[in-house]
Design a protein around this ligand. Structure first.
Ligand SMILES: [Ca+2]
Ligand SMILES: [Ca+2]
Ligand SMILES: [Ca+2]
Length: 177
């Protein structure tokens, strides 16, 4: 049984994946995410980094389709998504594993100067690409920057992404979404 707070968090995750907001998860959502990343961070979408990001999205989508699309209509509905969470504790563990590949690829694209850190404007760029309001990014930045040095390293980024998926409490990273 899912608690109301779990359902709230799961639905919030759903809305992050449902990039076009049509209430269904489809491959088109991930293609749109890729487009929006390259709107936030101008560059070549077919570069090594861009291809790596698309491959990571493909991994997430293949996993979602395989494990959540019970009626095999090639779309994952909100109900199917909730049921997948509820039916198998491994679902969220594996989903976060696939999403980590996306997070790593995003980190490298956002880290334009390749110094191994992303700063607040770069994080805002990621949130803008995810269609999350800038003020949420500002809150998230402070929450992620564990050692308070004004920049986020790969470990802080990874920890935050994992927390986003596994937290049973209200996530500061997506408050207001
Ligand atoms: Ca959609
Ligand atoms: Ca379906
Ligand atoms: Ca940097």
């Amino acid at each position: 049984m899912l608690s109301p707070l779990q359902i709230q968090n799961i639905d919030r995750m759903f809305s992050v994946f449902d990039h076009d907001g049509n209430g269904l998860l489809e491959w088109a959502d991930f293609e749109l995410m890729h487009d929006d990343v390259y709107r936030s961070f101008p560059g070549d979408p077919e570069s090594v980094q861009g291809v790596r990001l698309r491959t990571a999205y493909q991994g997430v989508w293949d996993f979602l389709r395989k494990s959540a699309d019970k009626d095999r209509d090639q779309v994952v509905s909100k109900d199917e998504f909730r049921v997948a969470y509820d039916a198998d504790a491994e679902f969220s563990v594996q989903l976060v594993r696939y999403w980590e590949d996306v997070a790593d690829a995003l980190f490298d694209i956002a880290d334009g100067d390749a110094d191994g850190y992303i700063d607040e404007p770069e994080l805002t760029g990621i949130y803008t690409a995810a269609r999350v309001p800038g003020e949420v990014a500002a809150i998230a930045f402070r929450a992620m920057d564990g050692d308070g040095d004004g920049r986020i390293d790969a470990a802080e980024w990874r920890t935050s992404v994992q927390a986003l998926f596994t937290s049973s409490e209200e996530s500061a990273l997506l408050k207001g979404v």
